[in-house]
Design a protein around this ligand. Structure first.
Ligand code: PHE
Length: 455
């Protein structure tokens, strides 16, 4: 095992923030949030999502970043190191492992959807003029049903990710996020205004914010929580790894709040850009599933003046946002392999990236109309199954154990030192991490298990 000096550090607080926001903001906000919220029935789902993000996600993010900074190594070795410093079992390193495995599962399908985004840059440049809901729907459906083309884009997306990760955190990553994240934000606001004016904004607001609790099932609550974790990049080792590059001078709680707030904001903006179109045009449905963003937005781009410029720009920026997230999905495994095998960065990154690419091929072939479309496991397509395992099982359970570890197995003094916040704020956080969050997650799981058993 190599020492901590081997890893890089962020060059500034701003660079860290941008990278962490870059990890959090991605397909999870713009692709996944709208369609999962749509399937979850809107209103109450969104409310549960926001509560989970701020009450469970943010405290957990603080815990994860602190563990990384304390451990100064990859998730597995950081956990081993802190556990042994605190006189605890080595088994806590399993938390690092579940992160690495989870991140690997996610990146395998994340890169596929990232590839769809890249493909749509080209489609948008050719113009969506005259597209109706039906054209948009059939174009997307036939694209994902192709056995070959999406995989080429999936490969391209992974190759870009590998290229950046291979160059190291500072060289590749910092530069990309500093300019492009703010640009994405601006274009999203533009889209909200445009689709608000031309689509059905009232219906969208009602759908997203009117809490319709009768639509809320335990499964929906679990998906909302899983989505909040996914969107905040939690419990997958990503934030722990980013924390390990963090200088001591950075205030973790404040950063965590900024990350959570900007992440939720982008998700809501994406919802506000997409749902007015869903309700404004006949033939679109809120519960359409993973194709939602790819089917709705082209209609808007096709009609707006300058759509052939704004459209490709939007997909390009979404591609960047996706890449700044996929980088953070690959990084934990790479930093572990570097420590463990002593391999160089380029070899490690290329190997892991290729393996994840190979696993991702099945997600593509499992899309509707594609060659493995009939393969359903527990009623889920290959991509949905991977997402379920990572988002609804590994993330919440990992987050729960991480908070139990920090709250009960690491000394209070160590955490106070790490967070360096006022006594009162510390106590609130500590209470959430020790009691409220683990219990909330446990209760949701108990309900799911109960519901499954009783059918
Ligand atoms: N948070 C990222 C997104 O919203 C995805 C991600 C999940 C990244 C887990 C890292 C770890 O797109």
């Amino acid at each position: 095992m190599a020492g901590s000096s081997q890893h890089a550090q962020w060059s500034s607080r701003w660079a860290f923030l941008m990278a962490a926001v870059g990890s959090a903001v991605g397909l999870g906000n713009i692709w996944k949030f709208p369609y999962v919220a749509g399937q979850g029935g809107g209103g109450a789902f969104v409310l549960v999502y926001l509560i989970c993000a701020f009450m469970i996600g943010a405290p957990c993010l603080i815990a994860e970043l602190s563990l990384g900074r304390r451990g100064q190594m990859s998730p597995v070795n950081s956990m081993t190191k802190i556990a042994s410093e605190e006189g605890r079992s080595k088994a806590w390193s399993l938390l690092g492992w579940s992160g690495i495995v989870g991140a690997f599962i996610i990146i395998s399908f994340y890169s596929l959807v990232g590839g769809w985004v890249l493909a749509y840059i080209g489609k948008a440049a050719m113009g969506f003029t005259g597209w109706t809901a039906a054209t948009s729907e059939s174009t997307f459906n036939s694209f994902i049903a192709e056995p070959f083309e999406p995989i080429v884009y999936h490969f391209l997306f992974m190759a870009i990710t590998v290229g950046i990760v291979a160059r190291g955190v500072q060289g590749g990553l910092e530069k990309a996020v500093e300019v492009l994240m703010p640009a994405l934000f601006i274009i999203l606001i533009l889209l909200v205004v445009y689709s608000g004016v031309t689509g059905n904004f009232d219906a969208a607001i009602k759908f997203l914010f009117e809490p319709n609790f009768h639509k809320l099932t335990v499964n929906n609550i679990l998906s909302a929580m899983g989505l909040a974790f996914f969107s905040l990049s939690l419990a997958m080792g990503s934030m722990m790894t980013y924390g390990s590059y963090l200088p001591k001078s950075v205030n973790i709680p404040r950063s965590a709040f900024i990350i959570t707030a900007s992440d939720s904001m982008v998700a809501l903006l994406a919802g506000l850009a997409i749902f007015p179109i869903v309700f404004g045009y006949p033939g679109l449905e809120a519960s359409k599933g993973p194709g939602l963003v790819f089917v709705t937005l082209p209609i808007a781009f096709g009609q707006m003046p300058g759509g052939t410029i704004v459209g490709p720009l939007f997909f390009a920026l979404l591609g960047v946002a996706a890449i700044t997230s996929s980088i953070s999905l690959l990084e934990p495994a790479v930093s572990y392999m570097e420590e463990r095998m002593g391999w160089n960065r380029i070899k490690t990154t290329a190997t892991m990236g290729f393996a994840a690419f190979a696993l991702g091929i099945f997600s593509s072939l499992g899309q509707e109309g594609n060659v493995l479309a009939n393969v359903h496991i527990f009623g889920l397509s290959i991509m949905d199954l991977k997402d379920y395992i990572a988002s609804n099982i590994l993330m919440p359970i990992g987050a729960m154990f991480m908070m139990i570890f920090v709250g009960w197995f690491v000394s209070r003094k160590a955490m106070m030192e790490e967070l360096a916040i006022q006594d009162k704020s510390f106590r609130v956080w500590y209470f959430l991490v020790r009691y409220v969050c683990p219990i909330a997650i446990a209760v949701i799981f108990a309900n799911i298990i109960y519901a499954t058993i009783t059918g």
